[in-house]
Design a protein. Sequence first.
Length: 122
Amino acid sequence: MNTRQIAAEYRLAYWAQIMQSQSESGLSIRAFCEQSGFHENTYFYWQKKLREAACEELSKINNGTASMLPATFAEVKLSRQSTLPVADIEQNRVCIEAAGIKITAESGYPAEKLALLLRAVI
């Protein structure tokens, strides 16, 4: 890995933390950006970059296949119910719910990848 790749990963990690802070703050994106001292467009630019990185990671996991769905795909149902984050393991599956989004994956699926995916989606 060269220094350019390391710097890019550092920036993605930095912005992932900012987006996590915004999510936990309870503020709107506009209010959070004003309070933090950066422009909304910058926030949305990095949100897009994080989503692209999450999709790229999913693609790598799938051995570069065209499908963005993991080989161990499980149906994800979105609900608008407000729930607290929950993680359980049942029948060799991990279910995570946050901000009305539920992701189910095989229990062996890397937790870091799930966390990255949640940050990108939320």
